[in-house]
Design a binder for this molecule. Structure first.
Ligand code: S3P
Length: 434
Protein backbone atom coordinates (compact mmCIF):
# COMPACT_ATOMS: atom_id res chain seq x y z
CA UNK A 1 0.00 0.00 0.00
CA UNK A 2 1.35 3.42 -0.95
CA UNK A 3 0.53 6.47 1.14
CA UNK A 4 1.18 10.14 0.42
CA UNK A 5 2.40 12.55 3.06
CA UNK A 6 2.21 16.17 1.94
CA UNK A 7 3.94 19.16 3.52
CA UNK A 8 2.13 19.49 6.81
CA UNK A 9 0.41 22.30 8.63
CA UNK A 10 1.34 22.68 12.32
CA UNK A 11 0.89 19.67 14.61
CA UNK A 12 -1.04 20.83 17.64
CA UNK A 13 -2.71 19.14 20.57
CA UNK A 14 -2.27 16.10 22.77
CA UNK A 15 -1.85 12.49 21.75
CA UNK A 16 -1.38 9.13 23.43
CA UNK A 17 1.14 7.12 21.43
CA UNK A 18 0.97 3.30 21.18
CA UNK A 19 2.15 1.17 24.05
CA UNK A 20 5.82 0.25 24.29
CA UNK A 21 6.68 -2.66 22.01
CA UNK A 22 9.77 -3.82 23.94
CA UNK A 23 7.95 -3.81 27.28
CA UNK A 24 4.86 -5.49 25.80
CA UNK A 25 6.94 -8.37 24.41
CA UNK A 26 8.62 -8.85 27.77
CA UNK A 27 5.36 -8.65 29.73
CA UNK A 28 3.83 -11.40 27.58
CA UNK A 29 6.94 -13.61 27.76
CA UNK A 30 7.59 -13.20 31.47
CA UNK A 31 3.83 -13.52 32.03
CA UNK A 32 3.98 -16.88 30.25
CA UNK A 33 6.85 -17.97 32.50
CA UNK A 34 5.04 -16.88 35.69
CA UNK A 35 3.18 -19.16 38.06
CA UNK A 36 0.28 -16.80 38.84
CA UNK A 37 -1.90 -14.89 36.36
CA UNK A 38 -0.44 -11.59 35.16
CA UNK A 39 -2.66 -8.65 34.20
CA UNK A 40 -1.16 -6.41 31.51
CA UNK A 41 -2.64 -2.95 31.12
CA UNK A 42 -2.11 -1.14 27.81
CA UNK A 43 -0.52 -4.09 25.95
CA UNK A 44 0.50 -2.99 22.44
CA UNK A 45 -2.06 -4.05 19.87
CA UNK A 46 0.16 -4.32 16.78
CA UNK A 47 1.50 -7.05 14.51
CA UNK A 48 4.75 -7.75 16.41
CA UNK A 49 3.17 -8.09 19.82
CA UNK A 50 0.29 -10.16 18.46
CA UNK A 51 2.97 -12.62 17.30
CA UNK A 52 4.19 -12.84 20.90
CA UNK A 53 0.71 -13.57 22.25
CA UNK A 54 0.23 -16.28 19.63
CA UNK A 55 3.63 -17.76 20.52
CA UNK A 56 2.95 -17.99 24.25
CA UNK A 57 -0.44 -19.58 23.55
CA UNK A 58 1.25 -22.20 21.39
CA UNK A 59 3.54 -22.89 24.36
CA UNK A 60 0.61 -23.52 26.68
CA UNK A 61 -0.13 -20.12 28.27
CA UNK A 62 -3.66 -18.78 28.07
CA UNK A 63 -4.41 -15.21 26.99
CA UNK A 64 -7.72 -13.59 27.84
CA UNK A 65 -9.05 -10.15 26.97
CA UNK A 66 -7.34 -7.32 25.11
CA UNK A 67 -5.95 -3.83 25.64
CA UNK A 68 -6.69 -2.74 29.21
CA UNK A 69 -7.80 -6.13 30.42
CA UNK A 70 -5.27 -8.60 29.04
CA UNK A 71 -4.60 -11.49 31.42
CA UNK A 72 -1.95 -14.16 30.85
CA UNK A 73 -2.10 -17.43 32.73
CA UNK A 74 1.41 -18.75 32.38
CA UNK A 75 2.93 -22.21 32.31
CA UNK A 76 5.46 -21.65 35.09
CA UNK A 77 9.19 -21.51 34.52
CA UNK A 78 9.60 -25.14 33.49
CA UNK A 79 6.13 -25.82 32.15
CA UNK A 80 6.28 -24.84 28.45
CA UNK A 81 4.68 -27.37 26.12
CA UNK A 82 6.30 -28.41 22.84
CA UNK A 83 4.07 -27.04 20.05
CA UNK A 84 3.11 -29.27 17.14
CA UNK A 85 3.94 -26.58 14.55
CA UNK A 86 6.87 -24.16 14.31
CA UNK A 87 6.41 -20.93 16.25
CA UNK A 88 5.87 -18.09 13.78
CA UNK A 89 7.54 -14.92 15.09
CA UNK A 90 6.28 -12.92 12.08
CA UNK A 91 8.47 -9.82 11.79
CA UNK A 92 9.43 -9.69 15.48
CA UNK A 93 13.20 -9.87 16.01
CA UNK A 94 12.80 -9.24 19.72
CA UNK A 95 10.51 -12.25 20.12
CA UNK A 96 12.86 -14.40 18.04
CA UNK A 97 15.88 -13.50 20.16
CA UNK A 98 14.40 -13.37 23.67
CA UNK A 99 12.00 -16.34 23.71
CA UNK A 100 14.81 -18.93 23.19
CA UNK A 101 16.21 -17.97 26.61
CA UNK A 102 13.16 -19.57 28.20
CA UNK A 103 12.84 -22.47 25.77
CA UNK A 104 16.46 -23.51 26.18
CA UNK A 105 15.83 -24.90 29.68
CA UNK A 106 12.79 -27.05 28.93
CA UNK A 107 14.68 -30.37 29.05
CA UNK A 108 13.74 -33.00 26.51
CA UNK A 109 11.65 -30.59 24.41
CA UNK A 110 12.44 -29.08 21.02
CA UNK A 111 11.06 -25.83 19.55
CA UNK A 112 11.37 -24.52 16.01
CA UNK A 113 11.10 -20.78 15.34
CA UNK A 114 10.52 -19.20 11.94
CA UNK A 115 9.23 -15.89 10.60
CA UNK A 116 8.77 -13.65 7.57
CA UNK A 117 11.31 -12.94 4.81
CA UNK A 118 12.94 -10.15 6.80
CA UNK A 119 13.31 -12.41 9.87
CA UNK A 120 14.92 -15.09 7.73
CA UNK A 121 17.72 -12.63 6.92
CA UNK A 122 18.41 -11.75 10.57
CA UNK A 123 21.21 -13.64 12.37
CA UNK A 124 20.58 -15.67 15.52
CA UNK A 125 24.16 -16.84 16.14
CA UNK A 126 24.49 -14.04 18.70
CA UNK A 127 22.00 -15.86 20.95
CA UNK A 128 22.93 -19.39 19.87
CA UNK A 129 26.52 -18.94 21.00
CA UNK A 130 25.83 -18.14 24.69
CA UNK A 131 22.89 -20.58 24.90
CA UNK A 132 25.08 -23.38 23.56
CA UNK A 133 27.76 -22.50 26.08
CA UNK A 134 25.08 -22.89 28.76
CA UNK A 135 24.23 -26.39 27.46
CA UNK A 136 21.35 -25.97 24.97
CA UNK A 137 21.63 -27.39 21.45
CA UNK A 138 20.63 -25.18 18.52
CA UNK A 139 20.39 -25.95 14.83
CA UNK A 140 19.94 -23.07 12.41
CA UNK A 141 19.78 -22.69 8.65
CA UNK A 142 23.35 -22.06 7.42
CA UNK A 143 24.34 -22.14 11.10
CA UNK A 144 22.93 -18.68 11.80
CA UNK A 145 19.53 -17.91 10.25
CA UNK A 146 15.88 -18.87 10.91
CA UNK A 147 14.23 -21.29 10.81
CA UNK A 148 16.09 -22.67 13.79
CA UNK A 149 15.45 -25.32 16.43
CA UNK A 150 16.28 -25.15 20.14
CA UNK A 151 16.69 -28.41 22.03
CA UNK A 152 16.12 -27.67 25.71
CA UNK A 153 18.57 -28.98 28.32
CA UNK A 154 19.69 -28.63 31.91
CA UNK A 155 21.72 -25.40 31.73
CA UNK A 156 24.78 -24.21 33.58
CA UNK A 157 25.55 -20.59 34.51
CA UNK A 158 27.96 -18.46 32.49
CA UNK A 159 29.68 -15.13 32.78
CA UNK A 160 29.04 -13.73 29.35
CA UNK A 161 30.74 -10.73 27.75
CA UNK A 162 28.56 -9.35 24.99
CA UNK A 163 30.67 -8.54 21.92
CA UNK A 164 28.17 -5.80 20.93
CA UNK A 165 25.68 -4.13 23.29
CA UNK A 166 22.31 -5.74 22.53
CA UNK A 167 19.30 -5.76 24.83
CA UNK A 168 17.85 -8.72 22.96
CA UNK A 169 20.89 -10.91 23.54
CA UNK A 170 21.30 -9.73 27.13
CA UNK A 171 17.64 -10.51 27.81
CA UNK A 172 17.88 -13.96 26.27
CA UNK A 173 20.89 -14.91 28.41
CA UNK A 174 19.33 -13.49 31.59
CA UNK A 175 16.12 -15.51 31.06
CA UNK A 176 18.14 -18.67 30.49
CA UNK A 177 20.15 -17.78 33.60
CA UNK A 178 17.09 -18.05 35.87
CA UNK A 179 17.74 -21.75 36.41
CA UNK A 180 21.53 -21.81 36.52
CA UNK A 181 22.55 -20.74 40.00
CA UNK A 182 23.96 -17.47 38.72
CA UNK A 183 24.52 -16.09 35.24
CA UNK A 184 26.01 -12.70 34.42
CA UNK A 185 26.07 -10.58 31.27
CA UNK A 186 28.54 -7.74 30.75
CA UNK A 187 27.86 -5.13 28.08
CA UNK A 188 30.45 -2.80 26.53
CA UNK A 189 27.98 0.09 26.91
CA UNK A 190 24.47 0.11 28.43
CA UNK A 191 21.40 -0.97 26.45
CA UNK A 192 17.70 -0.91 27.36
CA UNK A 193 17.12 -2.65 30.68
CA UNK A 194 13.39 -3.52 30.64
CA UNK A 195 14.04 -7.24 31.13
CA UNK A 196 16.13 -6.79 34.25
CA UNK A 197 13.60 -4.33 35.69
CA UNK A 198 10.68 -6.66 35.03
CA UNK A 199 12.54 -9.71 36.37
CA UNK A 200 13.39 -7.78 39.54
CA UNK A 201 9.69 -6.85 39.83
CA UNK A 202 8.80 -10.53 39.41
CA UNK A 203 10.95 -11.51 42.37
CA UNK A 204 14.14 -12.70 40.60
CA UNK A 205 17.48 -11.92 42.25
CA UNK A 206 18.84 -9.34 39.78
CA UNK A 207 22.08 -7.54 40.56
CA UNK A 208 23.75 -4.81 38.59
CA UNK A 209 27.29 -3.48 38.95
CA UNK A 210 29.28 -0.96 36.95
CA UNK A 211 28.24 2.41 35.66
CA UNK A 212 26.73 4.03 32.64
CA UNK A 213 30.01 4.85 30.93
CA UNK A 214 31.89 1.61 31.62
CA UNK A 215 28.79 -0.50 30.93
CA UNK A 216 27.04 -2.84 33.33
CA UNK A 217 27.48 -6.37 34.54
CA UNK A 218 24.01 -7.69 35.27
CA UNK A 219 23.44 -11.04 36.92
CA UNK A 220 20.46 -13.17 37.87
CA UNK A 221 20.25 -15.86 40.52
CA UNK A 222 18.11 -18.97 40.58
CA UNK A 223 14.38 -18.35 40.61
CA UNK A 224 11.89 -21.00 41.76
CA UNK A 225 9.04 -19.03 40.31
CA UNK A 226 8.17 -15.62 38.89
CA UNK A 227 5.20 -13.54 40.04
CA UNK A 228 4.25 -10.29 38.38
CA UNK A 229 0.64 -9.46 39.23
CA UNK A 230 0.10 -6.25 37.17
CA UNK A 231 2.22 -4.69 34.42
CA UNK A 232 1.33 -1.22 33.20
CA UNK A 233 2.89 -0.64 29.77
CA UNK A 234 3.87 3.01 29.13
CA UNK A 235 3.72 4.75 25.75
CA UNK A 236 6.52 3.82 23.36
CA UNK A 237 9.25 6.43 23.08
CA UNK A 238 10.37 4.84 19.81
CA UNK A 239 6.93 5.47 18.28
CA UNK A 240 6.67 8.87 19.96
CA UNK A 241 10.00 9.78 18.33
CA UNK A 242 8.32 10.08 14.91
CA UNK A 243 5.81 12.63 16.19
CA UNK A 244 8.57 14.38 18.15
CA UNK A 245 10.64 14.77 14.98
CA UNK A 246 7.57 15.96 13.04
CA UNK A 247 6.81 18.49 15.80
CA UNK A 248 10.39 19.79 15.80
CA UNK A 249 10.50 20.10 12.00
CA UNK A 250 7.05 21.39 11.04
CA UNK A 251 6.73 25.17 11.62
CA UNK A 252 4.46 26.37 14.44
CA UNK A 253 3.94 22.89 15.91
CA UNK A 254 3.29 22.46 19.61
CA UNK A 255 2.19 19.06 20.89
CA UNK A 256 2.18 16.97 24.03
CA UNK A 257 2.71 13.21 24.01
CA UNK A 258 1.10 11.69 27.06
CA UNK A 259 2.44 9.01 29.39
CA UNK A 260 5.51 8.01 27.42
CA UNK A 261 8.08 5.64 28.94
CA UNK A 262 11.21 7.63 29.79
CA UNK A 263 13.49 4.91 31.15
CA UNK A 264 16.90 6.53 30.61
CA UNK A 265 18.11 3.54 28.60
CA UNK A 266 15.53 4.55 25.98
CA UNK A 267 15.80 8.34 25.98
CA UNK A 268 19.05 8.72 24.03
CA UNK A 269 17.08 10.34 21.21
CA UNK A 270 15.83 13.06 23.56
CA UNK A 271 19.37 13.79 24.71
CA UNK A 272 20.49 13.98 21.06
CA UNK A 273 17.65 16.40 20.31
CA UNK A 274 18.57 18.43 23.36
CA UNK A 275 22.09 18.85 21.92
CA UNK A 276 20.59 19.83 18.57
CA UNK A 277 18.77 22.66 20.33
CA UNK A 278 15.26 21.22 20.59
CA UNK A 279 14.55 20.52 24.24
CA UNK A 280 11.55 18.27 24.60
CA UNK A 281 11.66 16.80 28.10
CA UNK A 282 12.03 18.30 31.54
CA UNK A 283 11.44 15.38 33.92
CA UNK A 284 13.46 12.56 32.37
CA UNK A 285 14.80 9.73 34.53
CA UNK A 286 18.44 10.49 35.45
CA UNK A 287 20.97 8.29 33.60
CA UNK A 288 22.15 5.39 35.75
CA UNK A 289 18.79 4.84 37.52
CA UNK A 290 17.47 1.34 38.16
CA UNK A 291 14.06 0.54 39.62
CA UNK A 292 11.52 -2.19 38.89
CA UNK A 293 8.90 0.37 37.85
CA UNK A 294 9.19 1.96 34.41
CA UNK A 295 9.19 5.78 34.66
CA UNK A 296 6.61 7.71 32.64
CA UNK A 297 6.32 11.38 31.63
CA UNK A 298 4.52 13.69 29.23
CA UNK A 299 6.75 14.99 26.44
CA UNK A 300 6.27 18.54 25.30
CA UNK A 301 7.43 19.26 21.73
CA UNK A 302 7.64 22.47 19.76
CA UNK A 303 9.07 23.49 16.44
CA UNK A 304 12.64 24.76 16.83
CA UNK A 305 15.71 25.54 14.70
CA UNK A 306 18.28 22.76 15.12
CA UNK A 307 22.04 22.35 14.89
CA UNK A 308 24.11 19.37 13.80
CA UNK A 309 25.48 16.89 16.33
CA UNK A 310 27.65 13.78 16.54
CA UNK A 311 26.33 10.48 17.88
CA UNK A 312 29.04 8.06 19.01
CA UNK A 313 29.12 4.33 19.82
CA UNK A 314 28.37 4.76 23.53
CA UNK A 315 25.09 6.48 22.72
CA UNK A 316 23.97 4.15 19.93
CA UNK A 317 22.14 1.43 21.94
CA UNK A 318 20.22 4.11 23.85
CA UNK A 319 18.80 5.53 20.61
CA UNK A 320 19.19 2.60 18.23
CA UNK A 321 15.69 2.61 16.74
CA UNK A 322 15.59 6.42 16.48
CA UNK A 323 18.83 6.80 14.52
CA UNK A 324 17.00 6.88 11.16
CA UNK A 325 15.26 10.02 12.47
CA UNK A 326 18.63 11.55 13.34
CA UNK A 327 19.42 11.22 9.61
CA UNK A 328 16.25 13.11 8.71
CA UNK A 329 16.77 15.78 11.37
CA UNK A 330 20.34 16.19 10.09
CA UNK A 331 18.95 17.39 6.74
CA UNK A 332 17.40 20.37 8.53
CA UNK A 333 20.19 21.02 11.06
CA UNK A 334 22.87 23.63 10.62
CA UNK A 335 26.18 21.84 9.96
CA UNK A 336 27.13 18.20 9.47
CA UNK A 337 25.47 15.48 11.54
CA UNK A 338 27.47 12.32 12.07
CA UNK A 339 26.38 8.91 13.40
CA UNK A 340 29.22 6.42 14.12
CA UNK A 341 29.51 3.06 15.87
CA UNK A 342 26.06 2.01 14.64
CA UNK A 343 26.92 -1.06 12.55
CA UNK A 344 24.03 -2.84 14.32
CA UNK A 345 21.68 -0.85 12.09
CA UNK A 346 22.67 -3.17 9.26
CA UNK A 347 20.91 -6.17 10.90
CA UNK A 348 17.59 -4.56 11.80
CA UNK A 349 14.30 -5.15 9.94
CA UNK A 350 16.20 -3.81 6.92
CA UNK A 351 19.83 -2.73 6.53
CA UNK A 352 18.96 0.62 8.06
CA UNK A 353 22.21 2.29 6.99
CA UNK A 354 21.55 1.46 3.32
CA UNK A 355 17.77 2.01 3.38
CA UNK A 356 17.94 5.31 5.30
CA UNK A 357 20.77 6.74 3.20
CA UNK A 358 19.35 5.64 -0.17
CA UNK A 359 15.82 6.64 0.83
CA UNK A 360 16.70 10.12 2.09
CA UNK A 361 19.08 10.74 -0.79
CA UNK A 362 16.23 9.95 -3.18
CA UNK A 363 14.29 12.78 -1.52
CA UNK A 364 17.15 15.25 -2.06
CA UNK A 365 19.23 14.80 1.12
CA UNK A 366 23.02 15.21 1.07
CA UNK A 367 23.73 12.05 3.03
CA UNK A 368 26.52 9.46 2.73
CA UNK A 369 26.72 5.96 4.17
CA UNK A 370 29.66 4.93 6.36
CA UNK A 371 30.41 1.31 7.26
CA UNK A 372 29.01 1.94 10.75
CA UNK A 373 26.71 4.94 10.32
CA UNK A 374 26.14 7.94 8.11
CA UNK A 375 27.00 11.59 7.66
CA UNK A 376 24.46 14.17 6.54
CA UNK A 377 24.95 17.78 5.50
CA UNK A 378 22.20 20.08 6.68
CA UNK A 379 20.69 22.06 3.81
CA UNK A 380 17.59 23.19 5.69
CA UNK A 381 15.28 21.57 3.16
CA UNK A 382 14.14 18.29 1.64
CA UNK A 383 12.64 18.16 -1.84
CA UNK A 384 10.45 15.04 -1.54
CA UNK A 385 9.65 12.19 -3.94
CA UNK A 386 9.16 8.43 -3.55
CA UNK A 387 10.43 6.54 -0.51
CA UNK A 388 10.53 2.74 -0.24
CA UNK A 389 9.83 1.31 3.25
CA UNK A 390 11.52 -2.02 2.32
CA UNK A 391 9.01 -3.80 4.57
CA UNK A 392 10.53 -2.03 7.60
CA UNK A 393 8.08 -0.27 9.97
CA UNK A 394 10.53 2.38 11.10
CA UNK A 395 11.38 3.19 7.49
CA UNK A 396 7.69 3.60 6.59
CA UNK A 397 7.25 6.05 9.49
CA UNK A 398 10.48 7.86 8.57
CA UNK A 399 9.19 8.38 5.01
CA UNK A 400 5.92 9.74 6.38
CA UNK A 401 7.63 12.31 8.62
CA UNK A 402 10.02 13.21 5.79
CA UNK A 403 6.97 13.96 3.63
CA UNK A 404 5.43 16.20 6.30
CA UNK A 405 8.66 18.21 6.54
CA UNK A 406 9.39 18.25 2.78
CA UNK A 407 8.72 20.81 0.05
CA UNK A 408 6.77 18.59 -2.36
CA UNK A 409 5.57 15.66 -0.25
CA UNK A 410 6.59 12.00 -0.14
CA UNK A 411 4.92 8.91 -1.53
CA UNK A 412 5.74 6.08 0.91
CA UNK A 413 5.84 2.72 -0.86
CA UNK A 414 4.76 -0.03 1.54
CA UNK A 415 3.18 2.04 4.31
CA UNK A 416 1.48 -1.10 5.68
CA UNK A 417 4.81 -1.98 7.36
CA UNK A 418 3.82 0.54 10.08
CA UNK A 419 1.35 -2.10 11.37
CA UNK A 420 4.27 -3.72 13.18
CA UNK A 421 4.57 -0.99 15.82
CA UNK A 422 2.33 2.01 15.08
CA UNK A 423 -0.87 1.03 13.25
CA UNK A 424 -2.65 4.30 14.10
CA UNK A 425 0.09 6.65 12.93
CA UNK A 426 -1.83 8.21 10.05
CA UNK A 427 -4.91 8.77 12.29
CA UNK A 428 -2.81 10.36 15.06
CA UNK A 429 -1.20 12.72 12.55
CA UNK A 430 -4.60 13.64 11.07
CA UNK A 431 -5.89 14.44 14.56
CA UNK A 432 -2.88 16.66 15.36
CA UNK A 433 -2.94 18.52 12.05
CA UNK A 434 -6.68 19.22 11.87
C1 S3P B 1 15.02 -4.31 21.35
C2 S3P B 1 16.36 -4.09 21.31
C3 S3P B 1 17.05 -3.44 20.18
C4 S3P B 1 16.07 -2.76 19.25
C5 S3P B 1 14.85 -3.57 18.98
C6 S3P B 1 14.13 -3.91 20.27
C7 S3P B 1 14.46 -4.98 22.53
O1 S3P B 1 17.78 -4.43 19.53
O2 S3P B 1 16.69 -2.39 18.04
O3 S3P B 1 13.95 -2.84 18.15
O4 S3P B 1 13.23 -4.92 22.76
O5 S3P B 1 15.24 -5.58 23.28
P1 S3P B 1 19.27 -4.81 20.04
O6 S3P B 1 19.31 -4.55 21.49
O7 S3P B 1 19.48 -6.25 19.73
O8 S3P B 1 20.17 -3.89 19.31
Amino acid sequence: MNARFDPSGPLRGTVKVPADKSISHRAALIGAMASEPVRIRNYLDAADTRSTLAAVQQLGASVEGRGEGLVIRGCGLRGALAPRNPIDVGNAGTLMRILPGWLSFQPGLSFTLDGDDSIRRRPIDRIAEPLQRMGARIEAREGRYPPFTIHGAALQGIDYELPVASAQVKSCVLLAGLVTGRTAVTEPVPSRDHTERMLAGAGAAVERAGDQTAGYRTSVGNADQLELDVVEVPGDISSAAFLIAAGVLVPDSRLVLERVGVNWTRTGFLRILDRMGAVVLTDAEPPGSFAAAEPVADIDVRNAPIEATTVGAEEVPLAIDELPLVGLLGCFAEGETLVRGAGELRVKESDRIATVVDGLRGLGAEIEALPDGFVVKGTGRLRGGRFDAHGDHRLALLGAVAGMASENGVEVVGMEAAEVSYPRFTDDVAQLVS
